[in-house]
Design a protein around this ligand. Structure first.
Ligand SMILES: [Fe+2]
Ligand SMILES: [Fe+2]
Length: 219
């Protein structure tokens, strides 16, 4: 995985490394588009307003992915070296839609804010207006997704015939996810050989030296 979590919060990490890693993070949000799309399909009886908010959520995630897709090449990353993780998708589709939606909004999104706040502070050091703006949009959208989650999770649970209090349900779903991850996590093979795929070390070199290898036009 090219995102090294401890580096993101280590005060000695170069802010340019953090900027590249957060763009990789954003691009990887394409997996959220994939697993959120399955929630529509699996809740055909949901009220229109629920699907309406879900559609906005889906669009936001595809946009976040585009932030990375658009910015990474500008910073010298060859997108063909980026592996896309299918892990979360593979685990989440084992769950019914209300559990999938609970993991997304009450776990992944709800817990992303402290790291994101730190990343935004560090990226601000670079005086990169575009990066600051994209990250501000991302955080604002994520706040809306968590808000939507609070509104719609109980409705989705009712559709799935689950009458537990939402907090109890979320807690149980976390445990179930951890259990499923033992079987379905880490089973998708690498799509690129080790020498070719982007890694944290390569991001470090790229961010701090300006280039991984001479460009064809340099020769
Ligand atoms: Fe997102
Ligand atoms: Fe989100």
């Amino acid at each position: 995985m090219p995102i090294i979590r401890p580096w993101l919060v280590d005060p000695s990490t170069d802010a340019r490394v953090i900027r590249l890693m957060v763009y990789v993070w954003l691009m990887m949000e394409l997996d959220a588009v994939d697993y959120l799309a399955t929630v529509f399909y699996d809740t055909p009886q949901a009220p229109f307003d629920l699907h309406h908010d879900l559609a906005r959520h889906l669009w936001d995630e595809s946009r976040h992915s585009q932030f990375g897709y658009r910015q990474l090449p500008k910073l010298g990353v060859d997108l063909m070296t980026l592996e896309h993780s299918l892990d979360l998708y593979t685990i989440l589709v084992q769950m019914p839609p209300h559990e999938r939606y609970a993991m997304m909004t009450m776990e992944f999104e709800a817990n992303s804010f402290p790291t994101k706040a730190h990343v935004m502070d560090r990226v601000r050091e670079l005086n990169d207006f575009e990066a600051d703006t994209l990250l501000a949009f991302d955080r604002n959208d994520e706040q809306n997704h968590v808000r939507s989650g609070h509104r719609w999770l109980p409705v989705m649970m009712a559709l799935g015939g689950d009458a537990r209090p939402p907090e109890e349900f979320v807690e149980a779903t976390r445990a179930r996810f951890a259990e499923l991850a033992k079987t379905y996590g880490g089973v998708t093979p690498h799509s690129l050989p080790a020498a070719r795929r982007l890694t944290g070390e390569k991001i470090l070199r790229l961010a701090t030296s300006g280039a991984l290898a001479p460009l064809p036009c340099d020769s």
